[in-house]
Design a protein around this ligand. Structure first.
Ligand code: HEC
Ligand code: HEC
Ligand code: HEC
Ligand code: HEC
Ligand code: HEC
Length: 272
């Protein structure tokens, strides 16, 4: 019997509905969040089809039910007497690559998602919840394009045929993007017709070594006031630019283009 079929047979109550009667506001905000859809959104479903490990579900469906996602009790183990600290986020937002892609998974030596360590290394006194719960339980991140845009300053400078681009972090105490290693930013130069005439990816390169998979090159924007830059040489004169947030998982990206490619920032190039 498949995991999903087992879930149907057991018909585990989703749990979060039990809290809704008294915590309507939190429930309504959570219900539209990525946490609620952690095991049912198109990107996860496509990726899980390729790599159907039980391990994935320990974070994406910790309550044992895909439809329940990351529910209330995933973060509120003892609801009415225990304060919630950022450590509640670490369990899922800090994880090493598995040694091999088979259940039961043994953790390898290198981080796959490094958000909690990035935050700690930044020395920031601002906690995860101060930013991510400031507007309640909708807890947004990479899928909130206005939030991503607000995190970055983009500077372009023309130098003859070349164009230099600088992406500067406006103070987010983890890398942008952080989290899933297949998330990246792509800066594109466009001509009058809207065709891409040059581009640069700011993301992570992954290689398999003796201790498992490892991020061997990281050109995402560093935490705090960090910045990355690149020099582009367009094939034809460029008049516009855009910054895309992309998901570079190979077949996954092709399966769900709508969630795998979004425009974060765009505009006209100035003459200098
Ligand atoms: C019968 C009503 C009721 C139900 C059901 C209920 N709660 Fe509560 N909850 C309360 C009340 C009342 C408070 C106290 C509110 C206050 O202190 O202002 C509270 C407080 C909380 C707090 C804040 C605790 C703190 O220290 O500030 C959390 C978190 C919480 N509930 C989570 C949950 C979760 C998760 C569930 C479902 C598993 C749940 N509650 C179900 C009534 C309920
Ligand atoms: C991803 C983790 C996470 C999930 C999922 C989550 N919460 Fe929370 N919740 C928090 C954090 C963090 C706080 C803030 C605690 C603080 O400020 O000290 C919080 C605070 C609360 C509070 C206190 C009042 C408030 O709004 O700050 C209530 C009540 C609550 N949550 C209920 C729920 C209910 C009901 C659900 C499910 C519908 C839920 N939570 C899902 C992390 C979560
Ligand atoms: C039980 C595991 C679990 C816990 C605990 C957890 N998360 Fe998550 N979180 C996830 C998963 C899985 C996703 C990815 C959902 C998806 O597939 O889009 C996610 C996504 C996110 C996102 C990205 C949302 C977006 O719009 O892209 C943010 C931000 C986030 N979590 C913050 C937090 C914070 C802050 C805490 C602690 C208060 C926390 N999470 C606790 C599992 C967890
Ligand atoms: C000072 C505010 C701030 C703090 C503190 C913060 N974040 Fe974020 N986070 C952001 C912003 C802004 C974004 C959107 C930019 C981006 O996509 O990286 C974001 C994005 C994310 C994402 C989505 C992945 C991505 O980068 O697209 C996750 C997951 C996340 N944060 C988790 C966390 C966790 C876990 C903590 C605590 C260890 C934390 N954040 C602390 C502001 C903050
Ligand atoms: C230790 C917890 C954990 C495990 C295990 C895990 N994930 Fe995740 N996953 C997360 C968190 C947290 C995020 C959110 C980070 C972000 O927004 O960048 C995430 C994000 C994703 C995303 C991007 C979703 C989006 O909306 O952008 C996909 C796809 C995904 N995971 C698939 C998988 C698959 C498939 C597996 C198993 C092979 C797996 N994950 C194992 C915690 C986990």
């Amino acid at each position: 019997m498949s995991f999903w079929a087992a879930c149907l047979v057991l018909a585990t109550p989703a749990g979060s509905e039990a809290c809704a009667t008294c915590h309507l506001e939190q429930h309504a905000a959570w219900a539209v969040s990525r946490h609620a859809k952690a095991a049912t959104n198109a990107l996860f479903v496509a990726n899980f089809k390729e790599e159907p490990l039980q391990w994935c579900l320990t974070c994406h469906a910790p309550l044992g039910d895909a439809a329940a996602g990351v529910g209330c009790s995933s973060c509120h183990a003892a609801p009415h007497n225990k304060p919630v600290t950022p450590v509640s986020c670490e369990g899922c937002h800090q994880v090493n690559f598995p040694k091999a892609r088979v259940d039961p998974v043994t953790p390898g030596a290198w981080p796959m998602q490094n958000t909690f360590a990035e935050w700690r290394a930044s020395g920031s006194a601002t906690t995860c919840k101060q930013c991510h719960l400031s507007k309640g339980h909708a807890i947004s991140g990479g899928h909130d394009l206005a939030l991503v845009a607000s995190a970055l300053e983009l500077i372009t400078r023309r130098d003859g045929e070349e164009l230099e681009v600088v992406l500067r972090n406006r103070g987010v105490p983890h890398r942008v993007p952080t989290g899933d290693p297949f998330r990246a930013l792509r800066f594109e130069l466009l001509d009058d017709l809207g065709l891409v005439v040059a581009s640069e990816r700011f993301g992570r390169d992954i290689t398999r070594g003796p201790d498992g998979w490892q991020v061997t090159r990281d050109t995402t924007v560093p935490a705090g006031q960090g910045e990355v830059r690149a020099t582009l040489r367009p094939r034809r004169p460029a008049t516009r630019y855009r910054l895309m947030l992309i998901y570079v998982g190979t077949t996954t990206a092709r399966a769900v283009p709508a969630e795998a490619e979004s425009v974060v920032l765009e505009g006209e190039l100035t003459s200098r």
